[in-house]
Write a protein that binds this ligand. Structure first.
Ligand code: SF4
Ligand code: SF4
Length: 373
């Protein structure tokens, strides 16, 4: 396996949930996070054109690339399907991404959110070939993909394009044996093709940080350490998982993550057993496995403006903590200027972009049953 030795450690800064202030990225807090991250020996940063409506790339320009020499960080960006429809649009988009980030090359450039449908479009638009050409021109150091589909589709992509150097996959202890996400099987395809993996969603959009009480009791029975620490260390314990990304939103989260990833120790058997038991707790609660990626909001434009991930998160909060506040929040915040779950007209736009393949229309019926009684 290519080790990519220039990636200094196995932990990366995912820049899709940067700290916000008055609708913009909080640049002062982001500066503090970038400084802390680099000072502790880490150097991997991950962004995409659509993250925070384009503000993630621009924030990295202000907080990272203007302030540090180019060889002190590794920057990954992505080619996202919603920003191009034909081959001629790819290069101008790519150049605009370099400009937005303030760099003249990307260390990694990933074909974003590949699944069977997107893969066909990327092939038709010669996106892979364009990325390989940009690599020859020195504007991309390494070409990869980020992936959201079943293991068999990854096998097909890596067979058709063996030039792919790295694969970003969703991987966490709750999805490891999941029939929809197939983390274990997808990982095994990476091993089969000898491709290192970058890990996204190690804490499943925060779902493995705020644990139900029965699960929390299991973690509390270990030897200390945050809930996030076990989830991130789980993902980092697999040999092909080269970098685990965390979408940190404040310095406090970063300090916690750095505390256990600076001198990383893989999970021991007792810790692994505890996480298996936590999976049992989650599976018995029928939670909605939404990761709050917000693709259904940003890429599908729901005609009823339903705040889908917020509704699912609210539903999970009620299930997890029995939180009485969830009912108030549903009626007075989530549906004040946006559609109710029952307003869904079942057009299916949201489901077409959901990387988790969630049956959103049916789940909204469940949400309506819970909150609109
Ligand atoms: S299926 Fe429902 S929730 Fe999804 S985009 Fe259409 S109206 Fe919105
Ligand atoms: S419903 Fe799907 S697309 Fe929407 S936020 Fe959740 S995981 Fe993402």
């Amino acid at each position: 396996m290519e080790q990519f030795e220039f990636i200094k450690k196995n932990f990366g800064f995912g820049c899709m949930r940067l700290p916000m202030k008055d609708g913009n990225v909080d640049l002062e807090e982001t500066n503090r996070m970038v400084d802390y991250f680099l000072a502790h020996g880490f150097n991997y940063f991950d962004t995409a054109h659509g993250y925070i409506q384009g503000k993630s790339e621009l924030a990295l320009k202000e907080c990272l690339t203007k302030r540090y020499p180019r060889d002190s960080y590794i920057l990954t960006d992505k080619l996202t399907t919603s920003f191009f429809n034909k081959e001629e649009e790819i290069r101008p988009l790519f150049e605009s991404q370099l400009e937005a980030c303030g760099v003249d090359y990307f260390d990694f450039y990933l074909m974003h959110a590949q699944n069977s449908k997107h893969f066909e479009k990327y092939k038709k638009c010669r996106a892979y070939e364009t990325a390989f050409e940009l690599k020859k021109e020195g504007k991309i150091r390494h070409v990869g993909i980020s992936f959201h589909d079943k293991a068999a589709v990854l096998d097909q992509i890596l067979t058709e394009y063996p030039e792919i150097e790295i694969v970003q996959i969703q991987f966490n202890y709750l999805d490891y044996e999941s029939a929809s996400v197939e983390s274990r099987k997808v990982y095994e395809v990476c091993v089969k093709h000898d491709k290192p993996a970058i890990i996204m969603e190690p804490v499943k959009g925060g779902n493995l940080v705020r644990l139900p009480q029965d699960a929390q009791t299991i973690i509390d029975g270990l030897h200390g350490g945050s809930n996030a620490s076990y989830a991130i260390r789980f993902a980092a314990s697999f040999p092909y998982n080269r970098v685990v990304l965390s979408g940190m939103s404040n310095l406090e989260q970063m300090k916690d993550n750095v505390s256990f990833m600076e001198n990383f120790i893989p999970l021991n058997e007792t810790e692994k057993d505890a996480l298996k038991k936590i999976c049992g707790v989650f599976n018995s609660m029928n939670m909605i496995p939404c990761t709050s990626c917000r693709y259904c909001i940003e890429e599908s434009s729901c005609p009823k403006k339903i705040l889908i991930p917020d509704m699912f998160s609210n539903f999970n909060t009620k299930k997890t903590f029995g939180d009485w506040n969830a009912d108030y929040y549903y009626g007075n915040v989530l549906t004040l200027s946006n559609g109710k779950a029952s307003d869904c007209i079942r057009c299916g736009k949201c489901e077409r972009v959901c990387p988790q393949h969630l049956p959103i229309r049916d789940l909204l019926v469940t949400v309506a049953g819970e909150f609109e009684k």
